[in-house]
Ligand binder design. Structure first.
Ligand code: ZN
Length: 204
């Protein structure tokens, strides 16, 4: 990934892997939202030994200097890495939110018209069917494009502009979505759960 990998998020922005009651990964959220789930009693933290903690127990647990923690009025509290949901046993269809960054990641930061990888500053989101002509902002209608191709295409469809897409844009599958979401920052604590994710179990 090298220079294309953005700076790791820390503190309340740290990513947290969320498991359903059956210990299957369902999404990656941030610690801010993770603490809310924990505080509301909707999830428990799993520590590195798979020991579950509710909010009071987690808040009492001493933060080791090696663990990432945040300061609160009651002292330091560790940032959870894995949360276990209490009342949710399904696997959602789309754990990955549609965003500019996620479309770039799906397309591997590659312009879908000229196959160049000019760097993130030179990339754009392109509506395959232009917005001005009713094209929607969806996984199926958004692709990564370099500025030059984006300009060249203008308000045309690829056919009209004589351009060809490298591949048809699709919504990322469940396992791909999770691995993309985990790409920015990934923790050893996640590995047992991500490794257990067999492609055969994919909910599409
Ligand atoms: Zn291009």
């Amino acid at each position: 990934m090298g220079s294309r990998t953005p700076a790791p998020r820390t503190g309340l922005d740290s990513p947290v892997l969320v498991l359903n009651r059956g210990y299957q990964p369902v999404r990656i959220t941030d610690a801010r939202n993770g603490f809310a789930l924990l505080y509301l009693g909707r999830a428990r933290v799993l520590d590195a030994n798979f020991e579950p903690y509710d909010f009071p127990a987690w808040a009492r647990r001493p933060a080791s200097p090696l663990e990432e923690s945040i300061g609160t009025v009651r002292g330091r509290i560790c940032v959870p890495r894995v949360l276990l949901l209490d009342g949710y046993n399904r696997v959602p269809r789309a754990p990955l939110r549609l965003s500019r960054r996620h479309v770039y990641m799906r397309d591997d930061y590659t312009c879908q018209y000229c196959a160049q990888r000019p760097g993130i500053k030179e990339l754009n989101l392109d509506h395959v069917m232009p917005r001005s002509r009713g094209g929607r902002s969806s996984w199926e209608n958004l692709v990564t494009s370099c500025r030059r191709c984006n300009l060249e295409k203008g308000r045309s469809t690829p056919e009209e502009a004589g351009m060809r897409l490298l591949k048809r844009p699709v919504r990322p599958s469940w396992s791909l979505a999770l691995s993309l979401a985990a790409q920015r920052r990934r923790f050893v604590e996640w590995e047992p759960f991500l490794a257990a994710m067999a492609p055969a179990g994919e909910a599409e």
